[in-house]
Ligand binder design. Structure first.
Ligand SMILES: Nc1nc2c(ncn2[C@@H]2O[C@H](COP(=O)(O)OP(=O)(O)OP(=O)(O)O)[C@@H](O)[C@H]2O)c(=O)[nH]1
Length: 637
């Protein structure tokens, strides 16, 4: 192709730019950077120097170089022809200077001699060969001013002499020389990609201004400005913190069964004869509609406990007979063998309300035997939690005498985890209880096991969790069965301790007994500590990106406060303050472990943000993690 096309194109100004300066100051790299867009790391630059002249012929052989030579500066289309030269003082550069439009005179900011030679040798040579050509002065290798010289020297060792701090020239030194010579001054770094455009755009300006003087009829040069001042170089930021994304905690489905084994914050107690089983209403109600209805029953009507009634009237309980009654033995053996500590029941006291007219205590409760043959009655009572020994009102459900603890527990486990142990001995009874409680997926699981098709149960478990998650969401939205309220400056959220405990170690610590909050059913969170709590949460369970620095700082401040009371803490107060000083938009590195990104912009207020976090703790427990994991990859530097 016709590479000299530009010469013929009207209004395209071809500019011959000659680059001169001492050996190894960085001329060739500067040219390549402009002409080929080549970028180098500092290490690559340091470990290679071959005295070179970048071939002028490149414009003929390399299409990219030709294309990159074209530019528009101050609305003038130009074609920049760069001429590299030898740095050797004794070489003849007459050929290069001939018909030049601008000379870029280079020195290295890490080589004072190269700057001395600007005055003593280069400027004179230029004035000798092309007295009217404009010149600009360029301090190359700017990055060395901010580099760790020890590292630089180690990398340069086989080549030149080591750099001393006294070799590094401040910008004033270059500026002084330029001022003395009456020419513009720029600095550049090939590895930081700083100043390259400044150098060549302004070289072009200098050339065009000079051309405008000679070719005054060229009206398209009207708008060309004098070479501009260079914007200052911003010293490099400290390297971004290393982002290590901790493994997403894999919350196994069976982990929720642990909550049944160690029933923190239990709010329902089942009584099977004299055995107590503690559980969580929210877990049962979101996986069985029978339980959902049971726990929403209005217990305000007058009720007398069946057992007490019997005692009073001196009669025995009527023996109820239904299909579960295959065996009068209550299955103590099963109970003892199970992991669950089945406790012997001793009543602590009914929640009695005094009916002032009759002065008769009224117990809140309800007979259930007609409603569901599994249960005798339900009432409210003050009961001590078996783990924390803290008393609180609980729903007490008396289970029919015919029901055996083993199978009943297997059903509860299923309601928590969606899983059924294949080795469960009493599968038939499990199925019967499931049938009565209308937990049909469990009954199907039993059938599958019996038909030796247990592999199909995985699908049932999956579907179970999808359904359960949806019901959890609904309970969260409506506050149904909520046992704790988070109060913010700007709103309140009703949520469920059991879910929080299950999904978040920090919550487990808070509600686990050691803190005041464990017994409160209202938690006051000021606006910023709400963020903090979200951060603590996000530390473990999701990764969100932050853009709101101010809020982030506040959050970190409060983070310390909250974190210092929590067991799962890794931050000390001092540490967090240090972290705050390191804050960059990209995030913060805590103990070299975690970066938190919190996109606060999408939330209008703390309430929304907290609601969002709680929502995710309570519902999407493991789905959400992978989703956010993807997002952090996209946002991490
Ligand atoms: N750190 C750093 N090193 C650079 C930079 N530019 C060039 N260098 C290094 O400085 C040395 C000289 O670079 P060249 O571009 O070959 O220098 P030159 O002025 O063309 O040298 P001669 O061809 O000998 O005249 C090489 O080792 C480059 O890697 C820069 O911006 N920063």
């Amino acid at each position: 192709m016709d590479t000299d096309m530009d010469y013929e194109r009207p209004n395209v100004e071809t500019i011959k730019c000659v680059v001169v300066g001492d050996n190894a100051v960085g001329k060739t790299r500067l040219i390549c950077s402009r002409a080929c867009n080549s970028t180098f790391t500092q290490y690559q630059l340091l470990s290679t120097h071959v005295p070179t002249v970048w071939a002028i012929d490149q414009y003929r052989v390399c299409q990219e170089v030709l294309e990159r030579s074209r530019d528009v500066v101050d609305e003038v289309s130009v074609s920049l022809r760069l001429w590299d030269t030898f740095g050797d003082h004794h070489k003849d550069r007459r050929f290069a200077y001939g018909r030049s439009d601008v000379v870029v005179l280079c020195f290295s900011i890490a080589n004072p001699n190269s700057l001395n030679h600007v005055k003593t040798m280069w400027y004179q040579e230029i004035k000798h060969f092309c007295p009217r050509t404009p010149v600009i002065l360029v301090g190359c290798q700017l990055d060395l001013r901010y580099a760790d010289l020890e590292t630089v020297n180690r990398a340069r060792r086989p080549l030149g002499r080591p750099l001393k701090p006294s070799d590094i020239l401040p910008p004033e030194r270059g500026r002084e020389v330029a001022k003395e010579l009456g020419i513009p001054y720029y600095e550049s770094s090939v590895c930081d990609q700083f100043g390259i455009k400044d150098v060549f755009d302004n070289a072009i300006r200098a050339a065009l201004i000079s051309r405008r003087h000679l070719q005054f009829w060229k009206s398209h040069l009207k708008k060309v400005q004098k070479p501009l001042l260079q914007a200052p170089f911003l010293p490099p930021k400290s390297p971004p913190p290393i982002i290590k994304i901790p493994n997403i905690p894999c919350i196994s489905e069976s982990a929720s069964v642990q909550l049944l084994e160690k029933p923190l914050c239990a709010d329902v107690m089942f009584l099977l004869k004299d055995i107590q089983i503690f559980a969580h209403i929210i877990y049962l109600a979101t996986s069985s509609s029978k339980f959902y209805d049971l726990f929403l029953m209005d217990l305000s009507e007058e009720f007398q406990d069946t057992d007490e009634k019997m005692k009073k009237s001196g009669k025995d309980l009527p023996v109820r007979t239904f299909s579960l009654d295959t065996d009068e033995d209550i299955g103590e053996g099963t109970a003892r063998n199970s992991h669950f500590s089945l406790r012997t029941y001793k009543s602590v006291g009914f929640l009695k309300m005094i009916d002032h007219e009759n002065e008769e205590p009224v117990v809140q409760g309800k007979e259930l035997s007609l409603w569901c043959k599994l249960f005798g009655s339900i009432h409210k009572e003050i009961v001590a939690n078996p783990v924390m020994q803290r008393k609180r009102p609980m729903s007490v459900v008396k289970v029919d005498h015919s029901v055996q603890p083993g199978p009943f527990l297997a059903v509860l486990k299923f309601l928590y985890s969606g899983q059924l142990d294949e080795s469960e001995k009493d599968l038939m009874r499990v199925a019967q209880i499931a049938e009565i409680l209308e937990v049909f997926d469990l009954r199907m699981m039993v059938e599958n096991i019996m038909n030796k098709e247990a592999f199909m149960n995985k699908e049932i478990t999956k579907a179970f969790h999808v359904r359960k998650t949806n019901r959890m969401k609904e309970c969260l939205y409506k506050g149904t069965f909520s046992d704790v309220t988070f109060k913010f400056d700007d709103g309140a959220i009703n949520t469920h301790k059991p879910f929080l405990i299950f999904s978040c170690e920090w919550m487990a610590a808070m509600f686990g007994g050691s803190f005041m909050e464990s017994s409160n059913d209202e938690i006051f969170v000021v606006i910023y500590s709400c963020f903090a709590f979200c951060l603590v949460f996000s530390y473990k369970y999701s990764y969100v990106s932050i853009s709101h620095l101010h809020v982030y700082r506040m959050a970190l401040l409060c983070y310390t406060k909250i974190v210092t009371i929590s067991k799962s803490v890794i931050l000390t107060e001092q540490h967090a303050v240090q972290e705050m000083s390191k804050i960059s938009v990209s995030g913060v590195d805590i103990d070299g472990e975690v970066i938190m990104y919190l996109e606060l912009a999408q939330f209008h207020n703390a309430h929304q943000l907290a609601a969002w976090c709680l929502h995710h703790i309570c519902t999407n427990y493991n789905i959400i993690c992978s989703k956010f994991r993807k997002e952090i990859k996209a946002t991490s530097p």
